[in-house]
Design a protein around this ligand. Structure first.
Ligand code: SAM
Length: 276
């Protein structure tokens, strides 16, 4: 069950990385993002507080495995990380860490077995059909031990912000209004967790922010400008201006990019009444 929409501009085709031959490039971008201090800060704010007492963790859509490695390093928990893409899992396994990896195209078969104290997923729901997202939440809720927690760490795509001296050009590159907006993205997941019988956690969010025009953002912002050029919204000359202006901002220490992440979670009560 993959997403109906074509991939958003600037992004790999995350719903079908292997078929598109994009797993290796996507893994490089993910590892570059994970290496940013902002990603370590995000982990500290949104994930580490969930780890005390947790014995068994499942991650759904682990990509190159950076979050799973952080969980394993910060806890004694057994960590099982899954992804649909064989190419991603190959990169993740090669990176090591105290993590077991298994292929799982959620929510379809084959499925990881057993019960978990914590189930995590980060930026996978945007690549699922709404019906698959609904089925996934019900499936995952049923894999929790009583008292266990299901948590989604999701980007709020209304908040991606780049400081750029020409806002009109930035608007044409970003083209936010053209993006598909999945119903269950970020805060939209709250209704699904509630319907699956979980007791919702309070709202919690963290701003991922960097002043570093490093490999991750050079790749992302460069790809967005490339795709905006191909779509005819900016000219080649404007693309050149975009690149040189970003480099100049970085040289002056004025580069800034930020994006809000929501933690949407819920706890399984002793008795879960929803059907499996
Ligand atoms: C945007 S990446 C996020 C990876 C990682 N969680 C992170 O935050 O960096 C999306 C990941 O979801 C995986 N994915 C997409 N559809 C999936 C599905 N149905 N089941 C499991 N993984 C899926 C992709 O292969 C990719 O690794």
């Amino acid at each position: 069950m993959s997403r109906r929409h074509p991939p958003a501009e600037g992004l790999p085709d995350y719903a079908r990385l292997d078929e598109a031959g994009e797993a290796a490039a996507a893994a490089r971008r993910m590892e570059a993002r994970a290496a940013e201090p902002a990603s370590a800060a995000l982990f500290e704010a949104l994930v580490r507080p969930l780890l005390p007492g947790v014995r068994r963790v499942l991650e759904v859509g682990c990509g190159s495995g950076a979050l799973a490695r952080r969980v394993a390093a910060a806890s004694d928990a057994e960590v099982l990380a899954t992804d649909k893409s064989e190419g991603m899992l190959a990169v993740a396994a090669a990176r090591g860490g105290r993590v077991a990896f298994q292929r799982w195209a959620a929510p379809d078969e084959p499925v990881p077995t057993g019960e978990f104290d914590l189930i995590l997923s980060s930026v996978v729901v945007p690549y699922l059909e709404p019906s698959a997202a609904e089925a996934l939440v019900v499936d995952l809720a049923a894999r929790l031990r009583p008292g266990g927690r299901l948590v989604f760490i999701e980007q709020d795509l209304q908040t991606d912000a780049l400081h750029f001296p020409d806002p009109e050009l930035r608007t044409r590159v970003f083209a936010k209004d053209r993006r598909p907006a999945p119903r269950h993205l970020a805060l939209g997941l709250r209704a699904l967790l509630r319907a699956a019988g979980l007791a919702l956690d309070p709202p919690c969010a963290h701003l991922w922010i960097t002043h570093d025009h490093g490999p991750y953002l050079q790749d992302l912002l460069g790809a967005m400008a490339r795709d905006a050029t191909a779509a005819g919204r900016i000219t080649e000359a404007e693309r050149g201006h975009w690149e040189s202006e970003l480099a100049a901002l970085a040289a002056r220490g004025d580069f800034a990019y930020s994006l809000l992440y929501h933690r949407v979670g819920g706890v399984r009560p002793a008795a879960l009444s929803t059907p499996r």
